[in-house]
Design a binder for this molecule. Structure first.
Ligand SMILES: *[C@@H]1O[C@H](CO)[C@@H](O)[C@H](O)[C@H]1NC(C)=O
Ligand SMILES: *[C@@H]1O[C@H](CO)[C@@H](O)[C@H](O)[C@H]1NC(C)=O
Ligand SMILES: *[C@@H]1O[C@H](CO)[C@@H](O)[C@H](O)[C@H]1NC(C)=O
Ligand SMILES: *[C@@H]1O[C@H](CO)[C@@H](O)[C@H](O)[C@H]1NC(C)=O
Length: 381
């Protein structure tokens, strides 16, 4: 994908900002703004050490792990004060000791979010009777827990309060993504995990992983380890191993985030050529190869055999239904210079339309993707 295709600075600023705007303010605003929020000025007090989340429906790995995470997120800055005994502020406030969490659709262990997931939830915090979070799917429940944590605030004397509130919410857009480009600028696994955590706090649900490009190939392939051995900025420190990728995909899943990988072809592939020159088109000058390489060579059967095996591996590593295939900014000059490609163009009756040759490649690639993984390809342009 083109550099400068998306500017990350602005959303990131917002993201970072929002994570620090928590507590110590009773005029709490939930971010992003829910569809409907009916807040009252009737606070309830919460004792962090006796408060619990209770699954009132069948629970699963996503929900269980989320309770632990949101307990920590709700009671921020608690660790240094662990030894201090917690007092209820006054007897004037009712106590909220439990939030019942009801997920209507069973959430099987190991399930993944998808473009079709229902992410709606209803959160009711009230003094008399049970406070409840109801959601159709566990992914909606995660957003409800985030909203809950943002509604809790802390008084100057260190008491945690939450006002009686009703929130009815569902996202306006099904795809709320952040793109990270780890080819031009390698990001450590830890930084990616941090980003995923901040995305979940902001109710984002797609990590678009622009993982490789011309500049570097940090993905350590199982079938073709030479791709990162030769193509990464550093084959030991600047790579994502198979277990790194699995950890990132799992970390994202537990936060309701899909991981859509982007492996661009036929352009943006110079880093592939460091170990697999035969994949790229040799460029010609004065009737001989000039030592430079262009886009993936679309006229060789070996290209498609390679892609088949590679895509098969990718489909095992990235469970999401979507795959970003790039397809943008294909430089035709190298193709034009290559006499074998010229011959192929004649044979295929493409005339002088190299765009048709690009389409020929993309169609074959899409078929491979569908056949090997059942995935849907998306393109940049
Ligand atoms: C909003 O809250 C007020 C005060 O708690 C209550 O009287 C009113 O019925 C609520 N409205 C809705 C739609 O829940
Ligand atoms: C919560 O209640 C407090 C105390 O009544 C009030 O000052 C504050 O404005 C309320 N917050 C919201 C968001 O309604
Ligand atoms: C490439 O594949 C096509 C279609 O399967 C076949 O007709 C052709 O002979 C193959 N070319 C080579 C060089 O193997
Ligand atoms: C291009 O054609 C020449 C001559 O026909 C052949 O020697 C060479 O291997 C071909 N290169 C590719 C990449 O097919």
């Amino acid at each position: 994908m083109a550099s400068g295709y998306v500017s990350l600075s602005r959303p990131f600023f917002l993201l970072l900002l929002s994570t620090f705007c928590i507590a110590l303010n009773s005029n709490i605003r939930v971010w992003p703004l829910p569809r409907k929020i009916n807040s009252s000025s009737n606070p309830l007090q919460i004792h962090p050490y006796s408060f619990t989340f209770t699954a009132t429906s069948e629970s699963c790995d996503v929900l269980d792990s989320s309770f632990k995470r949101w307990w920590k997120r709700t009671f921020i800055n608690l660790e240094p004060r662990l030894k201090k005994t917690f007092q209820y502020e006054t007897s004037q406030f009712d106590v909220l000791s439990n939030l019942n969490v009801n997920v209507r659709q069973s959430c099987n262990g190991g399930m993944y979010p998808s473009l079709q997931s229902d992410e709606s939830y209803l959160l009711v915090i009230k003094a008399d009777g049970a406070s409840t979070l109801v959601a159709t799917t566990v992914w909606g429940a995660l957003h409800g827990l985030e909203t809950f944590s943002q509604l809790v605030y802390e008084t100057e004397s260190g008491t945690f309060l939450i006002n009686e509130t009703v929130v009815e919410d569902k996202p306006r857009f099904k795809h709320r993504g952040i793109l990270l480009d780890t080819s031009r600028h390698f990001l450590s696994k830890e930084k990616i995990l941090e980003n995923l955590e901040i995305m979940s706090q902001n109710k984002f649900n797609v990590f678009h992983w622009h993982i490789v490009d011309d500049q570097s190939f940090p993905y350590q392939s199982f079938y073709f380890p030479e791709l990162s051995n030769k193509g990464a900025f550093n084959p030991l420190t600047h790579i994502y191993t198979q277990s790194d990728v699995k950890e990132i995909v799992e970390y994202a899943r537990l936060r309701g985030i899909r991981v859509v990988p982007e492996f661009d072809t036929p352009g943006h592939t110079l880093s592939w050529g460091k170990s697999h020159k035969e994949l790229l088109t040799p460029c010609y000058q004065y009737a001989s190869e000039n030592g430079k390489y262009g886009p993936v060579n679309p006229i060789l059967n070996s290209t498609y055999a390679f892609m088949k095996k590679f895509i098969y591996e990718i489909s095992m590593m990235f469970p999401d239904k979507y795959f970003h295939a790039g397809g943008d900014e294909v430089n035709f000059d190298c193709w034009k210079s290559n006499p074998n490609i010229t011959k192929f163009m004649e044979k295929m009756k493409f005339g002088t339309s190299y765009y048709k040759l690009e389409q020929y490649y993309m169609e074959k690639f899409k078929m491979i993707l569908w056949y090997m993984s059942g995935k849907v390809a998306t393109r940049t342009n």
